[in-house]
Ligand binder design. Structure first.
Ligand code: DOR
Ligand code: ZN
Length: 453
């Protein structure tokens, strides 16, 4: 058995190119038919009258912390949170312990997570200063792509030297594998952090001032140049700075293989929120001022930003509660990812079709799991989300599945509500509550239509 049988009837299907009234029939986990007035005997039916039906959300950027950092969170809690929030596939980052830098570690991580997944999952490998020779074996193990940390982050994984970076991008071009970059210049971050810290500041804004835009811009500029030279696929994740947006916009206009991701927190939070939420908002790169935020929205709407990711980065309550320098960067986000962006779309900040484009199709294409994932097409996986645009969601701590449900969004009142999350024809969550056990599977890069896991 690959999945379940399900008929979703009477909804409006939202795809990147438009909104269509259509029924979706899923048989044994795969989309069997999309059309008008479908009937099928003996299958479960969801009445989606008045509702929107999205392809299952692919969150290309999560840190579920397993193995090795389970005091922050684990894959069980993390994928339950995903299911509750309408995310049907997560792409899991490699800064776990040990870092995912070889086939052996990769395969052990797949084994470990497979019995715990409430939604389907793909894994990144990491390229750091000593493992470039593992590139091929990680691709062959099914890695969807690689993460490269140019700046300091949880796990402090050192970046490759410039020669290795160049060669990694040559390999990226040759094999069609995307590299996702944490684009902050490590030396500049150290320099500015030293300066701001030694001034004695402890206010939350000191974090943003210790990682000014130039750290990000320098890294992006270099990556654009390397991509132009090598043809490698450079994906800049968690973009926060307007000058970085401009670099990516120009590079894309020139036909360079550069794509960009931003996250709900850069679109919805700014330095003005430090007074309200304090260090809760601490994240790397940091949130910036309103002018940066406005440029990011422009970039979402003009196609410069090609993807959204939650950068779900949970930490323990203790780790989050230090001062501006000692508190950990990042917070949980996978469960609130779709609700927040749905609200933004329903408030007119972007077209509703940007949701399937930036949160399903583009990530699935870039990380080579399309069209099995990321869209609704006959033969593809029956992953979808039914949303009620007329209902309301209030983010409540007690509804979050994270081990440490810490986020600035508690209490936010949002337009729209996730009603059903469906993975391969199986309902995995209903109105924010996880139903059924862990049935998620590992999705390899290159997974094609009709391929068994
Ligand atoms: O704030 C962050 N936290 N930014 C990152 O890039 C990584 C993440 C983490 O893993 O904690
Ligand atoms: Zn991240």
């Amino acid at each position: 058995m690959y999945g379940g049988d399900l008929l979703v009837r009477g909804g409006r299907v939202v795809l990147p190119n438009g909104v269509f009234r259509a029924d979706v029939l899923i048989l044994d986990g795969r989309v069997a038919l999309i059309g008008k007035d479908l009937r099928e005997e003996g299958v479960e039916v969801i009445d989606a009258g008045g509702k929107l039906v999205f392809p299952g959300i692919v969150d290309e950027h999560v840190h579920m912390r397993e193995p090795g950092l389970e005091h922050k969170d684990d894959f069980t809690h993390g994928t339950k949170a995903a299911a509750a929030g309408g995310v049907t596939t997560v792409l899991e980052m490699p800064n776990t312990l040990p870092p995912v830098d070889s086939r052996a570690v990769f395969e052990e991580k797949v084994r470990r997570l497979s019995s715990k997944a409430y939604v389907d999952f793909g894994l990144y490998g990491v390229i750091h200063n000593t493992n470039l020779d593992r590139f091929g074996e990680l691709v062959n193990s099914g890695a969807v792509g690689f993460k490269v940390f140019l700046g300091p982050t949880t796990g402090n994984i050192p970046p490759p030297d410039d020669g290795s970076l160049y060669e990694a991008l040559l390999k990226s071009a040759r094999l069609g594998v995307a590299l996702a970059f944490h684009a902050e210049n490590w030396d500049l971050v150290k320099y500015f952090t030293g300066k701001v810290r030694s001034s004695g500041r402890k206010d939350p804004q000191a974090h943003t001032d210790s990682r000014p835009s130039i750290c990000e811009v320098e890294a992006i500029q270099k990556l654009v140049l390397l991509s132009r030279e090598t043809g490698g696929y450079v994906h800049i994740v968690h973009m926060s700075a307007k000058e970085g947006v401009e670099l990516v916009r120009r590079a894309r206009a020139e036909g360079i293989n550069v794509t960009g991701e931003t996250c709900p927190h850069y679109l919805l939070l700014s330095t003005e929120d430090y007074s309200r939420y304090g260090n809760l908002v601490k994240v790397n790169p940091p949130v910036r001022d309103r002018a940066n935020q406005e440029e990011l929205w422009r970039a979402v709407n003009d196609g410069t930003i090609t993807a959204l990711g939650s950068d779900h980065a949970p930490h323990s309550t203790e780790e989050k509660s230090g001062d501006v320098w000692s508190s950990a960067a990042g917070f949980t986000g996978v469960q609130t990812f779709l609700p927040l962006m749905l609200d933004a779309a329903l408030r007119g900040l972007m077209p509703i079709t940007k949701i399937p484009e930036l949160m399903a199709e583009n990530p699935a294409r870039l990380f080579r799991i399309y069209p099995r994932k990321g869209t609704l097409v006959v033969g593809g996986d029956g992953d979808l989300v039914v949303v009620d645009p007329g209902a309301e969601t209030v983010i409540r701590r007690e509804d979050l599945y994270a081990k440490h449900p810490i986020t600035p969004y508690i209490g936010w009142r949002l337009r729209g509500k996730v009603m059903f999350t469906v993975v391969r024809g199986m309902v995995v969550a209903e109105e924010g509550k996880v139903v059924n056990g862990p049935r998620g599977v590992f999705v390899r890069r290159g997974a094609d239509l009709g391929q068994q896991p």
